[in-house]
Design a protein around this ligand. Structure first.
Ligand SMILES: *[C@@H]1O[C@H](CO)[C@@H](O)[C@H](O)[C@H]1NC(C)=O
Ligand SMILES: *[C@@H]1O[C@H](CO)[C@@H](O)[C@H](O)[C@H]1NC(C)=O
Ligand SMILES: *[C@@H]1O[C@H](CO)[C@@H](O)[C@H](O)[C@H]1NC(C)=O
Ligand SMILES: *[C@@H]1O[C@H](CO)[C@@H](O)[C@H](O)[C@H]1NC(C)=O
Ligand SMILES: *[C@@H]1O[C@H](CO)[C@@H](O)[C@H](O)[C@H]1NC(C)=O
Ligand SMILES: *[C@@H]1O[C@H](CO)[C@@H](O)[C@H](O)[C@H]1NC(C)=O
Length: 415
């Protein structure tokens, strides 16, 4: 009860503090080139929008529900392309601050906060609602609400898998895809329970814990949101203890001798505080949706039923070389990811798990070079110019077609 009351209080408090009502208005967007670097979170607030998207709450009979998904939308009137930047676990739109600052001068940007994270609501059931294919539906809904007909999906960690899946399932919407850290995890072979995967990658032990004892993990993570975030957002120069992520019974045990975990090395205090505040709104409850066995199985069954596993779009895997979670190049080889992606390019970067935060300039160059080479089709650029420049007239649009389309898709995936 106390925790619930606290969550409500902080939702009200931080909701008011960080999402002023006028920032949710659908009025004209401001000039995207007035950002200061590094990020001052408040400067982005006028660009925040909320998409109301259809979902299913499967905790009992599978009620239809609505999720309210927050996203930052920056329209560059000179740009012909949109980048969709998708965070992973733990994450939030604001973890893309370095990319927003860099790419806003040449692209339009849509930067969502996934359902169940921060201020984006959830359908209400962490075990069965919020599988990867449902995040694809959420992204499709956001693009529709934003009036954007196609985008390049760039995702980190679980956001990478959401982008790979979005490219596979929605080639009509996703024209190119880049996954950071996590390679494409194809569902072509037999279903692999996490207990089997962890024998190859011992530092995925925490995923067994999250799946096996989701509620216990949530309580442990929520006990100190700041400590939990700090434990996992580390760099090469400020690493976690070697055994971190190995335990299948707890998350923070490897940090037990640190009364204070050092600040997140690649965020300003303001950014860290914003992340902590936003995660405190709902706690970690729904964010563990990616790890639960029912959601993993539901995603696998969804892709198996569709029966196609290839990603035909231009694709870039950016693999950090010193990620304590896993050797992602080895993972990609074991999973045979490249054989499903004919246009795949792979780049490595000497960072831990968060290259876009740890070495932002180098990361931005890698991504920009690939974007330049992969998306340069002058003829297509010219013809797509009119439709690619989104006009924000959402209040004039009917919501109904979006809702019914997404609802129909949710039903298909609601195995
Ligand atoms: C768009 O291009 C015009 C003309 O080159 C320039 O004056 C303006 O600053 C550009 N706007 C943005 C947002 O890049
Ligand atoms: C989901 O459904 C359960 C059972 O009907 C209900 O208790 C819960 O409040 C619902 N959650 C949301 C977010 O709608
Ligand atoms: C995969 O199959 C689905 C369902 O038929 C389809 O909508 C999608 O476009 C296909 N993906 C590709 C890349 O062809
Ligand atoms: C969770 O882990 C415990 C201890 O390893 C084990 O006894 C139990 O069977 C597991 N439960 C599930 C649902 O996997
Ligand atoms: C913490 O310190 C104690 C005492 O030195 C030691 O026994 C224990 O192994 C340490 N725990 C970890 C996780 O390193
Ligand atoms: C990408 O193209 C733009 C526009 O031509 C150019 O200014 C930029 O230097 C290129 N970036 C890279 C990394 O090649």
């Amino acid at each position: 009860m106390t925790r619930q009351a606290l969550a409500l209080l902080s939702a009200l408090f931080f909701g008011l503090l960080f999402i002023p009502k006028e920032s949710l208005a659908k009025g004209p967007l401001k000039d995207p080139l007035k950002f200061s670097i590094p990020l001052k979170v408040k400067e982005y607030l006028p660009y925040q929008r909320v998409a109301r998207c259809s979902a299913i709450n499967r905790s009992e009979i599978g009620d239809s529900a609505t999720v309210q998904l927050q996203y930052v939308h920056i329209v560059n009137p000179n740009a012909t392309r949109t980048l969709l930047l998708v965070h992973g676990w733990p994450g939030l739109w604001s973890t893309w601050s370095n990319q927003i600052a860099h790419f806003a001068s040449s692209y339009s940007l849509i930067v969502p906060t996934l359902r169940g994270f921060g201020s984006s609501t959830h359908a209400g059931d962490v075990q069965n609602s919020g599988a990867v294919q449902e995040h694809t539906e959420d992204l499709a809904c956001i693009l529709r609400e934003a009036g954007v007909s196609s985008a390049t999906c760039v995702g980190h960690d679980w956001g990478a898998q959401v982008c790979w899946e979005s490219a596979r399932a929605r080639p009509d919407l996703i024209e190119a895809v880049s996954g950071i850290a996590v390679p494409y995890l194809p569902s072509a072979g037999p279903f692999l329970p996490i207990e089997d995967i962890v024998t190859f990658f011992p530092h995925l032990g925490y995923q067994v814990y999250f799946a096996n004892d989701t509620q216990g993990a949530v309580e442990e993570l929520d006990a100190s949101v700041q400590r939990s975030l700090r434990s996992v957002m580390r760099s090469v120069d400020s690493p976690p203890p070697p055994d971190f992520l190995v335990s299948q019974d707890d998350f923070l045990g490897a940090w037990q001798n640190f009364s204070i975990i050092p600040e997140i090395p690649f965020l300003s205090r303001e950014e860290e505080a914003y992340l902590v505040d936003q995660f405190s709104i709902q706690g970690f409850d729904y964010t563990l949706e990616f790890y639960t066995n029912p959601n993993r199985l539901s995603y696998y069954n969804f892709v198996q039923a569709q029966g196609n596993f290839t990603i035909p779009q231009p694709a870039l895997h950016i693999a950090p070389t010193d990620d304590p979670v896993a050797d992602w190049i080895a993972a990609s080889n074991i999973l045979n990811s490249a054989s499903f992606i004919p246009l795949l390019k792979t780049e490595t970067i000497a960072t831990a798990h968060w290259p876009h935060l740890e070495r932002p300039e180098e990361f931005n160059q890698i991504l920009e070079k690939w974007l330049n080479n992969s998306l340069k089709e002058p003829a297509q650029l010219e013809t797509s110019k009119e439709t690619a420049v989104p006009q924000i007239t959402a209040e004039a649009k009917s919501e109904e077609p979006i809702v019914s389309e997404v609802r129909a898709k949710s039903t298909i995936s609601g195995a």
